[in-house]
Design a protein around this ligand. Structure first.
Ligand SMILES: NC(=O)C1=CN([C@@H]2O[C@H](COP(=O)(O)OP(=O)(O)OC[C@H]3O[C@@H](n4cnc5c(N)ncnc54)[C@H](OP(=O)(O)O)[C@@H]3O)[C@@H](O)[C@H]2O)C=CC1
Ligand SMILES: CC(=O)N[C@@H](CCC(=O)OP(=O)(O)O)C(=O)O
Length: 348
């Protein structure tokens, strides 16, 4: 059988470049087109010299009718707000779509509009979008035509929280997520906050109480938990290029010891090669997942405070974006979940 033809929109961005990295040697998918609204006709190697001799594409104009003829599945690595109008044009032409932006993640249009300050996509598309948290929703992903790929912080936070929440171990209204991200999380465009002299040797909190990932995390937790979840989430920018570390705190509903929690998580993720549970006394580090599709999770129960602490680390551009998107394509096509994603982390 011939390979699935896939395309990337937003190929000049960081997530687009990571999609190319995962797709260029994919055993079952053939990268057929990379499109750009600003750099059509330019060689991708000029935009990204690290792809010299590896990926020889000329960027194509962002014309949905022409692009749709060339692909079976399209990845969208464009900013939030752009995919709500682009994605339907491909869906209507029978193309399966995997959107890395936030446009199709929230089920209620008014919630999207409140947190993203953009017009929501039509409700009909929201209803048919499947939230692509690969380890949690594989069955729904398999039959999806539109995947809303999760945000980077929600990927780490939800993979860390869901086993405890499903087991009824923690109080839904006590969850605090302290998230730290490398600067590539803000994309390739320049802005004052990511300027070297502003970001280097500096750590700062941002979007306090208004971060667009708050409703996304709550929406999923409320679907998975018996009691209502409200989360306090604070994002921090730290001076590294890649990586997200989420340290999560929650009150226990019933007494639990670290060993029990660890056993619960090991069993929960037993069949999932990209989630690695740390042994007792060990904790995740962004460097240990950098450049890979892994999510590492460390756990601790504190009988003194009656709280659990969960630490989850991912590479924001891979498990937090392009890697998970390709994992979802693998699921949609019933391929090995790790196809095209077998990267050893870049340590050190
Ligand atoms: N960076 C990260 O860690 C993560 C990012 N995401 C999401 O993935 C998406 C891409 O992020 P990222 O790669 O960081 O962003 P970048 O800013 O690096 O790249 C985005 C690309 O989108 C294209 N673009 C810009 N405006 C438009 C438009 N109006 N219509 C179509 N295309 C446009 C541009 O490419 P061109 O001009 O060539 O078309 C640009 O290079 C975003 O929605 C982001 O929120 C999700 C999880 C993590
Ligand atoms: C460091 C940094 O700025 N990170 C971005 C995360 C980007 C992302 O995942 O955004 P979407 O959910 O909109 O796709 C942020 O905190 O907004």
């Amino acid at each position: 059988m011939s390979n699935l033809r896939v395309g990337v929109i937003g190929g000049t961005g960081y997530s687009g470049a990571e999609l190319i990295k995962c797709l260029v040697h994919h055993p079952h998918a053939e990268l057929a087109v990379i499109a750009s609204q600003s750099k059509a006709e330019t060689d991708i190697q000029e935009i990204y010299p690290h792809l010299t001799d590896i990926c020889k594409f000329k960027l194509e104009d962002l014309q949905p009718d022409i692009l749709a003829e060339k692909v079976d599945t399209m990845f969208f690595a464009a900013p939030s707000g752009a995919s709500s109008s682009l994605v339907p044009q491909f869906l209507e032409r029978g193309i399966r779509c995997i959107d890395l932006a936030g446009d199709f993640r929230l089920s209620e249009p008014e919630v999207y509009e409140k947190w993203y300050q953009h017009n929501s996509p039509e409700k009909e598309y929201l209803e048919n979008a499947v939230y692509g948290l690969s380890e949690i929703y594989p069955q729904k992903i398999k039959t999806a035509r539109l995947i809303a790929n999760p945000g980077c912080y929600p990927t780490a936070a939800l993979l860390g929280l869901i086993p405890a929440v499903q087991a009824g171990l923690i109080k839904g209204n006590s969850i605090i997520i302290d998230g730290k991200s490398g600067i590539s999380g803000a994309g390739r465009s320049l802005s004052l906050g990511v300027h070297y002299s502003e970001a280097n040797e500096n750590t700062k909190a941002y979007k306090l109480g208004v971060h667009q990932h708050i409703p996304e995390i709550e929406q999923v937790l409320n679907a998975e938990a018996a009691d209502r979840a409200t989360v306090t989430f604070t994002a921090h920018l730290v001076p590294m290029v890649r990586g997200i570390l989420c340290t999560i705190y929650a009150d226990m509903k019933k007494p639990c010891i670290t060993e029990e929690l660890q056993k619960l998580y090991e069993e929960f993720y037993n069949e999932h090669p990209f989630v690695r549970i740390k042994k007792a006394g060990r904790l995740p580090a962004t460097k240990e997942v950098s450049g890979s599709n892994y999510c590492d999770i460390g756990l601790h129960c504190d009988p003194r405070t009656n709280r659990i602490t969960i630490v989850a680390a991912i590479d924001n551009l891979l498990k937090g974006a392009a890697g998970q998107a390709v994992q979802n394509m693998n699921l949609m096509n019933r391929w090995d979940t790790a196809s095209g994603l077998q990267f050893v982390p870049n340590y050190p």
